[in-house]
Ligand binder design. Structure first.
Ligand code: GDP
Length: 402
């Protein structure tokens, strides 16, 4: 199992350096590449930067085109996939498309610089996008003379801030990305620290609770070898041959006679699998099926925690609400709990509009849509909102009780 991890934090606090260091310490960079970089650094009289490893790996990935550029893998007790996050747009883009559906994040926080605006913004986005566990890499401890008192002071402030965003159990590890202290190996420079290394702290985060109910979303219908096949993706759960699927949008029940994958068939499909199922009649594109006793929901209203990018969203506005399988017309009905998303601080309520970089709980009406609360089925709970084709914001569907 591959565990996705988002690396977040204020610019210059050491994200790329930390990732480069993790890759280097995991022996993921080929030896000749290491030598090449060391030669380059000494010839150009530059200061050696571990971030070069990340750049080197990126180039390799781009040349080989074997894996997506955002997918950087490393191994500890488990295999992790790092989503490097150059900016919040990329971060949320990755999180929303599922390219990095991270439930775990490493917050890189420079000990001498402390919490900055972007730290708060990333914490807010982590909370909003469903990151459930944080490990804090309290970085640049070398610049704080590896001092215990400096670590304690920064940890106390960090804990107070983390608590505001609901991260109560975060482990804070004093590290120096440039020297590798307490990242993959214990740091000799900080004998007073007896806690886990950063990788040990990651490994100790429990795996996810039991999965969400089965959801199969329809992308299209094709004629294959004279038969009709509905093609789509298993968004959550497990689909077994001979199982019955109920599609509430069109009130159709289908018995899955076969699970087709590239010309062959298999008896079971899991989350993330793109498969086809034989059908007598085409299924509606964009609809979602599940077991009759745990049906997918079809909603005509709801509440979404939305983050607005660079336009204004007001009560009464019409917009397109996009989920992974479809887009539906919607109207803003209410706006509650407005927040300045650049620092997570509440704004005066009630509010009738959200300006760029503000967020809030938006009540809406819509055409019948296959969307579910993010807390029950993550991939069916993410939405992108747009007006006349331009993306206005994004967010997650909240449970109906809110
Ligand atoms: P990012 O913007 O968060 O990705 O930060 P970078 O990884 O690019 O680091 C910004 C600067 O901080 C670079 O010059 C790094 O060499 C430096 N840096 C990162 N980690 C450490 C550290 O542990 N100690 C010291 N002294 N400098 C560091």
């Amino acid at each position: 199992m591959i565990v996705p991890v988002a690396v977040v934090g204020h610019v210059d606090h050491g994200k790329s350096t930390l990732i480069g260091r993790i890759l280097y310490d995991s022996n993921l960079i080929p030896e000749d590449r290491v030598l090449e970089l060391q030669t380059f650094v000494s010839e150009s009289r530059r200061l050696f930067e571990f971030a070069y490893f990340l750049d080197a790996l990126r180039e390799e990935i781009e040349q080989e085109r074997t894996i997506d550029t955002v997918r950087v893998l490393f191994q500890s007790q488990r295999t992790y996939r790092i989503a490097d996050v150059p900016g919040h747009r990329e971060f949320v883009g990755n999180m929303l498309t599922g390219a990095s559906d991270a439930r775990i994040a490493i917050l890189v926080l420079s000990c001498p610089d402390g919490i900055q605006d972007q730290t708060l913004q990333h914490l807010y986005l982590c909370q909003m996008l469903g990151v459930s566990h944080l490990v804090v890499a309290l970085n640049k401890m070398d610049l704080a003379a590896f001092d215990e008192a400096a670590f304690e002071a920064s940890s106390t402030t960090a804990k107070e801030t983390l608590a505001r965003f609901g991260f109560l159990d975060a482990t804070i590890v004093p590290v120096a990305a440039t020297t590798g202290e307490n990242i993959a190996r214990p740091g000799l420079a900080m004998p007073w620290y007896s806690g886990p290394t950063l990788l040990q702290a990651l490994d100790s985060i429990p795996t996810d609770p039991p999965g969400a109910p089965l959801r199969f979303g329809i992308q299209d219908n094709y004629r294959i070898s004279g038969g009709l096949v509905a093609v789509g993706r298993v968004e959550s759960g497990e689909l077994r041959q001979h199982q019955r699927l109920f599609f509430p949008l069109s009130s159709t029940t289908v018995e899955v006679e076969e699970i087709l994958v590239f010309g062959s068939s298999k008896s079971c499909a899991e989350e993330g699998d793109c498969i086809g199922i034989p059908v007598a009649e085409p299924l509606v594109r964009g609809e979602v099926g599940g077991p009759a006793d745990a049906q997918p929901s079809v909603r005509t209203s709801g509440k979404a925690q939305l983050f607005v990018l660079d336009q204004t969203l007001s009560v009464g506005d019409s917009f397109d609400l996009g989920g992974p399988f479809g887009q539906w017309q919607a109207t803003v009905e209410t706006i509650e709990f407005p927040v300045d998303a650049t620092n997570g601080r509440p704004l005066p309520a009630p509010s009738t509009s959200l300006s760029p970089h503000q967020a809030g709980l938006v009540g809406f009406r819509c055409q019948p849509a296959c969307l579910e609360p993010f807390s029950s089925v993550r991939s069916l709970g993410r939405v992108v909102i747009s007006k006349r084709g331009a993306m206005v914001g994004f967010g997650i569907i909240q449970p109906d009780a809110l």
